[in-house]
Design a binder for this molecule. Structure first.
Ligand SMILES: NC(=O)C1=CN([C@@H]2O[C@H](COP(=O)(O)OP(=O)(O)OC[C@H]3O[C@@H](n4cnc5c(N)ncnc54)[C@H](O)[C@@H]3O)[C@@H](O)[C@H]2O)C=CC1
Ligand SMILES: O=C([O-])CC(=O)C(=O)O
Length: 332
């Protein structure tokens, strides 16, 4: 029997990530090649014409999995019965800005959209916040949608995770698909901690540790970390626009693994509500290593944390605590 369509909301759908993301969703990259979708696209009034254009293009692409398109500037209509919500709407940073510099514009959007999602989305709706500052926007969404299950509100650090895999693969000249179990800890910001201590590479003689194969702790503890932390800024410098295709692709990876599961023995990074694991204060949306099964994520437990990692994990938690109070001061 044919599957029922899944309703997927993309906010900020007329923007550059939205433009890259909606065709990926409609081609099955997010929910699988046999899952029909109805895409709900939300943007604001000044972008209404452009949004209409995106809808026309989706129709013109004659996509077999696409069973319907809702294009609207009405947040209630956009949220109605959605099963997955990818929150991209907001303002991107420009060259020379930190992600928290877009805080005052963006957190108020997330406060406003929290209640629309809470009231009108499907009760088990999975939410992924992409717009920056992603962790803090997700936290605001969670706090202003109190009846929404906290496990269902996440933010995107999969792009950072994929960037870390990419850097290791380039350094070792191995295929990125053979590298796994890097971890992004903390904030999607320049304080994030990309950690390779448990990462491995598949070789013809079995799985080998990334540290062993790179055999250069100096590079792994300095340049590798800063390259991943600063990759967003490097893309803005090169493109004069922030990452879009890689952000869209990673958003698909995030939801696909969450809904369909992570492969056995592999974890991914997701910004999730801290339960106190690894001594990270509850009350923050913090990026952890997670595995997913049957539509639920769980934080990977028991990883050994050395002193170097501890300091970096705590520093990015501290920034998130500061961002949280900054966010509330913007909302007052
Ligand atoms: N977490 C991550 O890894 C990444 C996050 N980002 C963030 O994603 C966000 C979007 O980036 P782009 O698509 O490049 O920006 P963009 O400016 O091209 O598109 C954003 C869209 O959001 C719309 N928008 C603004 N307010 C809205 C509201 N209240 N409701 C619905 N839509 C609204 C705008 O009209 C625009 O069409 C930015 O905040 C950016 O910093 C970007 C790359 C990676
Ligand atoms: O850097 C930015 O502002 C956009 C972003 O979040 C990223 O590319 O990681």
């Amino acid at each position: 029997m044919a599957k029922q369509p899944t309703r997927v909301l993309v906010t900020g759908a007329a923007g550059q990530i939205g433009y890259a993301l909606v065709p990926m969703i409609a081609r099955g990259a997010m929910l699988g090649p046999d899952q029909p979708v109805i895409i709900h696209m939300l943007d604001i009034e000044p972008a209404a014409e452009a949004l209409k254009g995106v809808k026309m293009e989706l129709i013109d692409a004659a996509l077999p999995l696409l069973k319907g398109v809702v294009a609207t500037t009405d947040v209630v209509e956009a949220c109605k019965d959605v099963n997955v919500a990818v929150m991209v709407g907001g303002f991107p940073r420009k060259e020379g800005m930190e992600r928290k510099d877009v805080m005052s514009k963006n957190v108020s959007i997330y406060k406003a959209q929290a209640s629309a999602l809470e009231q009108h989305a499907a009760p088990d709706c999975k939410v992924l916040v992409v717009a920056n500052p992603a962790n803090t926007n997700a936290l605001i969404l969670k706090e202003f949608a109190p009846s929404f299950p906290e496990k269902n509100i996440t933010c995107l650090t999969r792009l950072d995770h994929n960037r870390a895999l990419g850097q290791v693969s380039e350094r070792l000249n191995v295929h990125v698909g053979d590298v796994k179990n890097v971890t992004i800890w903390g904030n999607h910001s320049s304080t994030q901690y990309p950690d390779v201590n448990h990462a491995t590479v598949k070789t013809t003689s079995g799985e080998k540790s990334v540290r062993e194969l790179v055999a250069n702790d100096q590079w792994l503890n300095t340049e590798f970390i800063t390259t991943v932390q600063q990759r967003g800024a490097a893309i803005i410098k090169a493109r004069k626009l922030s990452s879009a295709l890689s952000a869209a692709s990673s958003a698909c990876d995030h939801i696909r693994n969450w809904v369909l599961g992570t492969p056995k023995g592999t974890w991914v990074s997701m910004g999730v509500y801290s339960d106190g694991s690894y001594g990270i204060p509850p009350g923050l949306i913090y990026s952890f290593p997670v595995t997913c099964e049957k539509g639920e994520w769980s934080i990977v437990q028991g990883l050994k944390i050395d002193e170097f990692s501890r300091a970096k994990m705590d520093a990015t938690a501290k920034e998130l605590i500061e961002e949280k109070s900054l966010a509330y001061s913007c909302l007052n």
